[in-house]
Design a binder for this molecule. Structure first.
Ligand SMILES: NC(=O)CC[C@H](N)C(=O)O
Length: 393
């Protein structure tokens, strides 16, 4: 089996493709995007819109994303919506791709973009049947093969079963920046403020950060110092931060020992702290809770989450396959004081947020930055600002 997961040849004509799940189920369709072969964890996303944001979210590294919405690519690809510099999904599965993209911002067709970036996909399969299968059996390894990569099913299955699993995968450093960089705060007109004039400085540990997350902070007068995934506590305090942020990211949170130890140092010092998604799982671990793999995860932009403090329900954007194992009905005592589960998913009672009662720290498992998704939870960035203001008062 080749170790490459990226195809190279772009599609000139309709070529056959086959999707093989590790439990032996096979779907036959057409090549979509790059032609070749790819492997990853098969997961489904229920987002009806926002495919560009999904494709470029670094948390999807090594995952093959199945879209439950049948029509994909209708608005083409623009230069405004990517959440990072490239497409990160390992493969892409759609039912019925747009034949003619149409939108005023569109620059290219989605299948051309996938091909240009070497991302192997498949179209024309029954994505409802595939989604129901993953829902029954759980997320599992998958391969997509097209063009010359199509061989007999048994050989393909053997290759799929050799691919690495998501459980135990340590991936943040593979997607995060290797060099620190600064995203300047912006004024009301969106223009960057001169260095040193921002209201707050935040050290953001990049475990796979999305572009919109930094923007939600810079719009609130925060100068964001993005640091590599392996940043130390000294690196964090070298930027003299008012607050520390831990981002989303790919892989199994059980492997993220370095960020967990940095976070414990931040909690000890009592600096305001906010975590999103992977950052929520890291806060869970820093407090002494475990994490576990969900059967098929939450992915999409229409997931109902309840804030247990206010009782309010937010419709939120999700992308997680792991979750924090904390009791949802009681306040827990931890080495950093009392903590409550602040948010739960109404579909399955999974922990969606943590809040410390004795320190200025909180996190959510979902995506308040949206992109794509509703803006119901954007106020959480204001909560982070309030914690930093409170620390100054
Ligand atoms: N978006 C994220 O940060 C995902 C976190 C983690 N990789 C998970 O799958 O649960």
């Amino acid at each position: 089996m080749t170790t490459s997961t990226r195809g190279t040849t772009s599609r000139k004509k309709v070529l056959p493709a086959v999707l093989v799940l590790e439990d032996g189920r096979v779907f036959r369709g057409r090549a979509y995007g790059a032609v070749g072969e790819t492997f990853g964890e098969a997961v489904f996303s229920t987002g009806m819109t926002g495919y560009q944001e999904t494709l470029t979210d670094p948390s999807y590294h090594r995952q093959v994303v199945v879209m439950t919405t049948p029509h994909v690519g209708n608005t083409g690809v623009n230069d405004d919506d990517p959440e990072s510099q490239r497409i990160w999904v390992a493969g892409y599965v759609v039912r019925d791709p747009a034949r003619v993209p149409s939108n005023w911002r569109s620059r290219r067709a989605l299948d051309e973009e996938l091909a240009a970036q070497g991302v192997v996909g498949i179209s024309g399969i029954d994505t409802r049947a595939l989604t129901r299968h993953l829902r029954e059996r759980g997320a599992m390894r998958v391969g997509i093969f097209s063009g010359d990569a199509v061989r007999d099913d048994a050989a393909l299955l053997a290759d799929v079963r050799e691919a690495p699993e998501m459980k135990g995968a340590d991936l943040a450093a593979e997607v995060a920046t290797t060099e620190p960089y600064v995203v300047p705060a912006v004024g009301p007109d969106g223009a960057p403020l001169p260095a040193g004039t921002a209201k707050f400085t935040v050290a953001a540990i990049d475990l796979g950060i999305k572009g919109m997350t930094a923007q939600r902070m810079t719009q609130r007068g925060i100068e964001v110092h993005v640091l590599p995934a392996n940043a130390t506590l000294d690196d964090v305090y070298a930027v003299n931060p008012d607050g520390v942020f831990f981002s989303n990211g790919p892989g199994d949170p059980a492997t993220a020992d370095q960020p967990v130890s940095v976070m414990r140092g931040v909690l000890e010092r009592g600096t305001p702290l906010f975590g999103i998604c992977f950052g929520n799982q890291i806060l869970g671990r820093a407090l002494g809770f475990g994490t576990y793999k969900l059967k098929y995860g939450h992915r999409g932009i229409n997931q109902p989450v309840q804030d247990r403090g206010t009782g309010k329900v937010e419709i939120t954007s999700h992308n997680h396959g792991f979750a924090v194992d904390a009791p949802i009905d009681k306040v827990s005592e931890t080495p950093f004081g009392r903590v409550e589960v602040s948010h739960v998913c109404l579909n399955d009672n999974v922990v969606e947020g943590l809040r410390l009662l004795d320190r200025p720290a909180f996190s959510v498992q979902y995506h308040p930055e949206a992109a794509a998704g509703p803006h119901d939870a954007a106020h959480l960035f204001d909560r982070f600002v309030s914690l930093m203001e409170g620390q100054r008062a």
